[in-house]
Design a protein. Structure first.
Length: 118
């Protein structure tokens, strides 16, 4: 059997952001990550994630590129605790906790994202 050249893995996902430094600080704050990584080429910041990566990219930012629906979800072991945590960070939450399992929120640029209990 011939091997396939494309793996069934997601390497990273890109999030369009308007200000790479503000986005880095915001994402690192809510994910409790250090902000000491290098901003690459003046527009990329790689968040040090477990599993699939997230790259913040200010070069791809435009109003048309803002995520209107979550392209992925961040995991949590406790959805109630995550919901209260995001509220305490004054994050714009766009849904209540749905089905005792998930909720949506927006980042600083209006990208819609999700947190889901695994």
């Amino acid at each position: 059997m011939k091997s396939k050249p494309i793996l069934n893995q997601i390497g990273t996902t890109f999030i369009p952001v308007s200000d790479i430094e503000k986005a880095r600080d915001w994402y690192c704050d809510i994910l409790a990550l250090p902000t000491d990584g290098e901003i690459l080429f003046g527009h990329l910041y790689i968040l040090p994630m477990n599993g699939t990566g997230i790259v913040l990219d200010s070069k791809i930012f435009s109003e048309e590129n803002i995520y209107k629906t979550p392209p992925f979800h961040l995991n949590t072991n406790n959805i109630e605790e995550a919901f209260q945590y995001m509220k305490s960070k004054n994050v714009e939450i766009t849904t209540e906790i749905e089905n005792n399992h998930w909720f949506n929120f927006k980042d600083l640029d209006g990208n819609h994202l999700m947190i889901c209990q695994c």
